[in-house]
Write a protein that binds this ligand. Structure first.
Ligand code: XUL
Length: 513
């Protein structure tokens, strides 16, 4: 009997499960449960609720994630022989915290009840603040001050204090809901919570997801006493243990064997965050490779050998060893769409026609491509800024310069955290644009690839991490993440951009407010 491996991704909007068969190097099944559509009783919109009084406050419900887990297993068990699954791992939206009033919450299951009914008495809060919550600026300032300044926090935790990260969220709840904080015995992350449920035992948080808390010292992989002190009282006693992402947390609980036919020897590999999981599922967990997801926000991931933090980036532990960098850009697809509309052209013109037979030549045309305040780098903006254009110029020139501006900005931020990658994997909607792909290749001097088959990268990465109980992670990346090359760097163009980078940097500097 060939073993199968299951990866589960608990993301913001849905819960997805992917089953892989390493014998055949194929994805055998993929099922998903959509929180808003399939669990309307929780009243979420796209998986979250936003406070009507304060739009910066955003939360979700851990009980909903559990209901979704059962729905997912019911769906999967229709097409997969669950007995053949020999290991399970998973990932979760990063930063979300789950608040429990007992350290023993996971030790008892009543088979006649659903998971959420079993767990409900153990929640000290029924809500979980999620990564979209940005209501903790005061707590970020307070923690930065008491931990010795932003550079100290950056060096210790890999990120400056960040509103959505768990540390600031925990501090806010400890201040505003002191009674809840006092009666809370355990604060899990989404990832370690679902992992604990699956093995009916208190599971550790892996180093990679813990890097998104501003509480772990990323150099010694331990809770940092000063960060904990600056956050809330007696916090260490409430946090799970920390563990390497390779740790086997336990075996699957009887509850799931009885209800969904799992094999009782199925191992559970500790869960991690969705971004560390994605870097594996995209085949980019080895150094020298980067992945760029072009979407509502553009997200750049790369594996890093050395720890070189930057205020605009987040450095996390990498499930495949050493570090990974994550840089988010707010001015992304919506900005591209807005600019396309301003130019009055369709997507075909914007993506292809404007770049047909185009080879950059030295000129001083520049666009700072920001329609809204940017986070990488942090700057305020409400419209693009132009330089070096003659009074009347072609739409093609404007479009190319706008895209160049976006890619050059990404390049400049990436340069701060490590060597420039020589292999870039593009994913997401805009990755189909040949003009954008060629601009990435030329600005970075790198070859640009796309994945041959598109999967939920976090869930696939989780299945691959489960399979890493028996297979090497690098072998799994070549099995499940085959690439096709879409564009090559043209050295002549890279030379031109090398000069333009400096001009862009100067313009950026003089416009940061
Ligand atoms: C990363 C982040 C999001 C969440 C949800 O810092 O906030 O990517 O992990 O996907």
């Amino acid at each position: 009997m060939k073993p199968l491996y299951l990866g589960i991704d608990a993301s913001t909007q849905s819960l997805t499960g992917i089953v892989v068969d390493c014998g055949a190097s194929e994805v055998l099944a993929c099922e998903s449960v959509n929180f808003e559509k399939d669990l309307p009783c929780y009243g979420t919109s796209a998986g979250v609720c936003v406070s009507p009084e304060n739009p910066l406050e955003v939360w979700s419900y851990p009980a909903m994630w559990l209901d979704a887990l059962e729905m997912l297993f019911a769906k999967l068990s229709k097409s997969v022989d669950m007995k053949k699954i020999s290991a399970i791992s998973g990932s979760g939206q990063q930063h979300a915290t789950v608040w429990l009033n007992s350290a023993e919450a996971f030790s008892f299951w009543d088979f006649s009840k659903s998971l959420s009914e079993n767990m409900r008495p153990f929640f000290s809060r029924d809500k979980s603040p999620v990564w979209m919550d940005a209501s903790t600026s005061a707590e970020c300032r307070e923690m930065t001050m008491s931990a010795g300044g932003y550079s100290e926090v950056l060096q210790k935790t890999g990120s400056i204090m960040t509103e959505r990260f768990s540390g600031a969220q925990i501090r806010k709840i400890s201040k505003t809901e002191a009674k809840t904080y006092a009666k809370t015995k355990k604060i899990h992350l989404n990832s370690s919570f679902i992992c604990s449920v699956l093995c009916a035992a208190d599971s550790p948080v892996d180093f990679c997801d813990a890097s998104g808390m501003n509480l772990m010292n990323i150099k010694n992989f331990d809770w940092d006493p000063q960060m904990l002190d600056s956050c809330a009282q007696n916090l260490e006693s409430k946090l799970p243990k920390l563990a390497s992402p390779k740790t086997v947390a336990g075996k699957i609980a009887k509850y799931f064997c009885r209800k969904y036919g799992f094999n009782e020897n199925a191992k559970i590999v500790v869960f991690t965050g969705d971004n560390p999981s994605s870097i594996v599922g995209l085949g980019a967990s080895n150094s020298g490779t980067a992945a760029v997801s072009l979407g509502t926000s553009d997200t750049f991931f790369c594996s890093l050998k050395d720890f070189r933090p930057s205020v605009n980036a987040h450095i996390f532990c990498n499930p495949n060893g050493a570090y990974m960098g994550l840089i988010c850009f707010r001015n992304a697809s919506l900005a591209r769409d807005k600019f396309r509309e301003m130019m009055g052209v369709n997507w075909k013109f914007f993506d292809e026609t404007a770049f047909k037979n185009y080879m950059p030549t030295p000129d001083k045309k520049l666009i700072l491509p920001f329609f809204v305040d940017e986070i990488s780098p942090r700057l305020q903006s409400n419209a693009p800024i132009y330089a070096g254009f003659p009074p009347k110029d072609s739409k093609e020139n404007y479009i190319r310069t706008f895209i160049e501006g976006q890619v050059i900005n990404i390049f400049l931020q990436v340069k701060k955290i490590g060597p420039i990658p020589k292999k870039i994997i593009l994913t997401g909607g805009a990755s189909k644009s040949l003009g954008i792909a060629q601009t990435f290749a030329d600005v970075f001097g790198a070859n640009v690839y796309a994945l041959k088959s598109s999967q939920n990268s976090a869930a696939l990465g989780a299945a691959m991490r489960a399979a890493s109980c028996d297979y090497d992670l690098n072998t799994l990346e070549s099995m499940f993440c085959p690439l096709k090359q879409i564009k090559k760097a043209r050295p002549q163009a890279t030379q031109v951009y090398l000069k333009k980078l400096n001009l862009f940097e100067d313009m950026l500097r003089s416009n940061i407010r």
